[in-house]
Design a protein around this ligand. Structure first.
Ligand SMILES: [Zn+2]
Length: 316
């Protein structure tokens, strides 16, 4: 935005402005050389290498996509955590070839025959096609370090990671299987909340998953909940906040209602870092912030700790 105002200024002032504007030297140089051209075209030019480069929203560095992928979608310059798909995340956290997916073919049924701008059925078909996922969670059993444990990983790319009956049912089955096999559970959440296309059927999943976790806890088995950007609403109000250990990725937005709703309801100013992982760590809701690249090692350490003194966890 600053760039546009810079280009509109007459020559003398324009040469002064870049020193104030750019956090990155590269960007400033690019805009400067392009200055004689029309201002509106510049912003476009910067975005042209789509599919090859990604601009970091925090430090504005241009990152080569391959480098970003190799770095688990974390900005190598400032550590900003970009969204990551459920499959990539499983790949980064599970020992190679040990993941056995459960209920892979389960799909939602449009019980309410919901019609909005488009039908729920068409939405499902569209997202299944674009993401190649059946729904917003992948569940299964896999090994991490020496531990075999149950894992559920949500995907924000599928209808905002919303929790419908499939997400609830798959997670419940996963937790029940873990209880039966005496395994720890790790769930990595990212969600906009309950899937309102399914009305009450979606809200029921909060109680169902929580009950399954209570039964799991009764068997003195550990559950680690990992909150990633964003984890909100019905998911946060159920299984995501029920972990024996609750971890979060840096900068993740975590909360129930959005900040605007809270501000309007309470009629008070909110702190600037409200609903971030860092704020919630300071206020005791979460136990640790773990960067994505350290997540696997940390999970192994926590699982070692939680398994100590208990009988050996189930082995394949
Ligand atoms: Zn960055």
């Amino acid at each position: 935005m600053d760039t546009i105002s810079f280009t509109k200024k007459p020559l003398g002032v324009g040469t002064v402005e870049p020193a104030l504007t750019p956090p990155s030297v590269d960007t400033a140089q690019t805009t400067f050389t392009k200055k004689p051209k029309v201002g509106a075209g510049k912003a476009k030019k910067r975005d042209i290498p789509e599919g090859l480069w990604t601009k970091c929203p925090t430090c504005e560095a241009m990152i080569f996509d391959k480098e970003l992928d190799e770095n688990l979608k974390v900005c190598p310059k400032c550590g900003h955590h970009f969204p990551i798909g459920s499959r990539e995340r499983i790949h980064s956290l599970v020992e190679t070839c040990t993941f056995e997916e459960m209920d892979a073919g389960m799909t939602s049924v449009d019980v309410l025959r919901f019609k909005g701008v488009s039908t729920y059925k068409s939405k499902l078909e569209q997202y299944q096609k674009t993401t190649t996922l059946k729904d917003a969670v992948i569940t299964g059993l896999g090994k991490i370090g020496p531990h075999r444990r149950a894992r559920g990983v949500m995907d924000f790319g599928f209808l905002g990671g919303s929790m419908g009956s499939v997400v609830g049912e798959k997670l419940t089955r996963l937790i029940e299987r873990a209880t039966e096999k005496e395994m720890p559970v790790v769930i990595i959440s990212t969600s906009g909340g309950a899937r309102m296309y399914e009305g009450m059927f979606s809200l029921m999943q909060m109680a169902k998953t929580s009950a399954a976790l209570a039964y799991h806890a009764k068997h003195r088995l550990p559950y680690i909940s990992v909150l990633t950007h964003p984890t909100t609403a019905g998911v946060m109000a159920s299984y995501a906040s029920l972990g024996d250990l609750i971890l979060a990725e840096p900068g993740a937005m975590i909360g129930f209602a959005g900040p605007r709703v809270i501000k309007d309801t309470t009629q008070s100013e909110l702190p600037p870092d409200f609903q971030t992982a860092e704020f919630l760590l300071n206020h005791g809701l979460i136990d640790a912030i773990v960067p994505r690249r350290e997540m696997k090692a940390q999970l192994i350490e926590y699982l070692n700790f939680l398994a100590a003194g208990k009988k050996t966890p189930a082995t394949p």
